[in-house]
Ligand binder design. Sequence first.
Ligand code: NIG
Ligand code: FE
Length: 394
Amino acid sequence: MNKLPRTLIQNISQLVTNDPLLDGTQLGLVQNAAIVIEDGKVLWVGESNKAPRDDDQEVVDANGQAVIPGFVDSHNHLVFMGDRSADFARRMAGGQYSPDGISYTVGLTRQASNNDLQKNAENLLTESLNSGTTTIEIKSGYGLTVADEERSLKIAASLTKESTFLGAHVIPEEFKAAPEDYVDLVCGPMLEAAKSHAKWIDVFCDRGAFNPEQTRKILKAGIGVGLKPRLHANQLEQGEGIAVGVELGAASVDHITHYSQADISLLAASTTVGTFLPGAEFSTRTKYPDARPLLEAGVSLAIATDCNPGSSYTSNMSFVIALAVREFFFSPEQALWSATKGGAKALQLQDVGHLGVGASADFLILKAPSYLHLAYRPGVDLIEQVWRNGRKLK
Ligand code: NIG
Ligand code: FE
């Protein structure tokens, strides 16, 4: 690839760096700011009038708008085929969400061609990028055979470094009478086929999916072959998911719609990030959890879209921020941090989710003078430009 010229982005009304060293706050704000990038990385950040000038550098005018780090969307299911909008309509008419719907998507995914699956995932990835996501995690989990999980993961890995093996999404129909046999398949041949295409292993530990013992067994098998653990936990009921995740050193426990006082203490004393998925409560019309007890206990929280056809068919992190603020009682600062630095922590990535010197030059120029507008103007596309690794992609 060609070397990129040094670029100065100036005339930024408000720059969010997530570098607390800059102003002593979590968001590391700079007013009237500029940022210099070189070779895909942040070279300098500060007040515009102090920016280093260089005759050869390119200059981008942010037109008095805000600049924030690119969103880090740490939980997605983009490899699938088919539509479940009728399910959504049924729920809006009073029906309940059930993980049984996953089997419907599994059926269609198994029948789909590689090409159609790849195209569908690419289209969703483009949608996600255009709404400001510069780092994305993508799971398998709608194949649930050795071959279908392997091809799902090949597609995921072609789109991101953050690919996750979710063979343990639900017990597929053909194993309903012998669930332990399916657990053995996941821990054996399926993991063997998956491991070279995945960085992470995930299990849906919940009612109607996998119990804590099965979850431990599967995560330990994954850890044994070098995958790192993360977890779907406590979406449908208060269970042991969070405790199992912390016990096994999961990078993140996701959904956590239901949590206990003991879960708060466990998370606060651990390095495990708690990830809320507000689109899932929205789309399943479930009571929104209150994030404040976790925030007050100092738990690191991420927020993510959980983009999938069943429980949360949105790729839009601005929407998720608005929900987190309005319904989960995040402050706008906490929500933005959780959508950027929090997501990076959930993926154990150091160089994204912030704009400190040396970080990857992944940032968004907003159509707004302040990040507050992300929650203040819900449903409005406020993403003017998207830059990743120092290149303008939107
Ligand atoms: O994260 N909860 C489990 N898995 C997905 C939903 C999958 C589906 O309904 O298709 C989730 O919400
Ligand atoms: Fe999920």
